[in-house]
Design a protein around this ligand. Structure first.
Ligand SMILES: Nc1ncnc2c1ncn2[C@@H]1O[C@H](COP(=O)(O)OP(=O)(O)OP(=O)(O)O)[C@@H](O)[C@H]1O
Ligand SMILES: [Mg+2]
Length: 365
């Protein structure tokens, strides 16, 4: 994972006990964040408060309580200065249908204060970066969703900001388009040094793109960690085995044997998906876990169909961490009943999405 050693300890976004209350709903609830340079994912279910936070950070919507600073500038007093240095890709489509990408992005560059020649040059560069070079003279109205998302990304980048806030840039994209967009976002930082805050309701999809992941739920901070912290503690092996005459339920036999050998098995998050019950999720503590699985399966005399590292372990960590915390807090008797508390529900929802993504073949290979 790329580390921005030159910017160590610089805070890009800081919020302190930030709250936003609407008459009927609390969108942000005493949220305190400290986000450094790099690519940061902001994950939460629908209504978690992601877009509300972005609008506050841009100085477009006042907070009810608390403070926030972007690039060291106070959002309450320096909205204009923040927007000069920050690019914004809104969640919803607000593109004019009857102008071309070039015309629109040049216009946005001019609005950001670039002189005409610089605006044209930067527009050409930016459209090339987002892969829209061929189609740049066609009216936006005829673009696909993926192309529109690219125009939205281009206009956020055109004035060479220090930070971009991207609100659900993969929305509406097919699996290939999603991967391409995530690759572009990664390169915004690695190629141009522009820090990124990107929102999604899919935990799994941000894992490969982000250096840091912040999870919010109901306007509250659920977790903020570097992606490597997540992955170090949570390597998970997905194991699939055959059945045999001696072991008509091979999966069960392996589960029991592994548990007896002291391996930790995750709850099967994929239950309910077609054919999913056959996959065992084993927590990998190191090389020895691979050996243990191989030997266990061999000793039982059944076939190993596959053993692979899982990509969606962030999602699984949330599930098991939440379940474990609940169990510890509620005691053994109450633990079973508290397995899916209401507050965790949105994350479960996100987990389901992440898993369905996988089911859809996005991560094949
Ligand atoms: N202008 C508004 N007036 C009243 N309530 C609002 C307003 N804007 C947002 N909310 C409420 O605040 C909560 C958070 O909304 P927000 O749009 O920030 O969520 P989100 O995480 O971006 O969700 P999504 O993934 O659906 O985009 C929601 O309950 C929403 O209904
Ligand atoms: Mg939103």
């Amino acid at each position: 994972m790329f580390r921005a050693t030159t910017f160590e300890n610089v805070t890009v976004i800081a919020t302190e006990s930030l709250s936003k209350r609407f008459p009927r709903v609390t969108a942000l609830d005493r949220l305190s964040l400290d986000i450094g340079p790099g690519v940061t994912g902001l994950v939460g279910a629908n209504g978690a408060g992601k877009s509300t936070l972005i609008k506050i950070l841009l100085g477009l919507s006042p907070a009810t309580e608390g403070t926030a600073a972007v690039l060291g500038l106070d959002v309450a007093t320096s909205g204009g200065a923040i927007r000069e240095q920050v690019g914004y890709m809104p969640e919803h489509d607000a593109l004019p249908p009857d102008v071309s990408a070039t015309e629109f992005v040049v216009h946005m560059a001019r609005m950001s204060g670039l002189p005409p020649t610089a605006a044209r040059e930067r527009t050409a560069d930016t459209l090339r970066h987002v892969g829209l070079y061929e189609e740049r003279y066609r009216p936006i109205g005829g673009y696909s969703t993926g192309m529109k998302q690219r125009v939205k990304l281009a206009q956020a980048l055109v004035h060479d900001p220090k930070l971009v806030l991207l609100d659900e840039p993969t929305n509406g994209l097919d699996p290939v388009g999603r991967d391409e967009m995530l690759g572009l976002i990664r390169r915004v930082f690695t190629d141009f040094g522009i820090s990124v805050l990107v929102t999604s309701h899919l935990l799994g999809e941000l894992e490969r793109t982000c250096d840091h992941v912040v999870v919010i739920d109901g306007g509250k901070l659920l977790r903020s960690s570097s992606t490597s912290d997540f992955t170090q503690t949570t390597a998970t092996l997905a194991v699939e085995v055959t059945d045999s005459d001696t072991h008509p339920d091979g999966t069960r036999a392996v589960r029991e044997a592994l548990t007896a050998a002291g391996a930790k098995l995750h709850a099967r998050v994929e239950d309910g998906l077609p054919g999913a019950g056959h996959i065992l999720l084993v927590e990998a503590t190191g090389e020895e876990t691979y050996d243990l699985v191989r030997d266990t399966v061999a000793d039982l005399g059944i076939g190993l169909v596959r053993m692979e590292q899982r990509r969606h372990h962030i999602a699984e960590v949330f599930r098991t961490a939440d379940a474990d915390a609940e169990a510890a807090a509620a005691g053994e008797a109450a633990a079973e009943a508290a397995r899916e508390p209401a507050a965790v529900q949105p994350v479960q929802h996100a987990v389901q999405h992440a898993v369905q993504q996988k089911g859809g073949g996005r991560d094949a290979g």
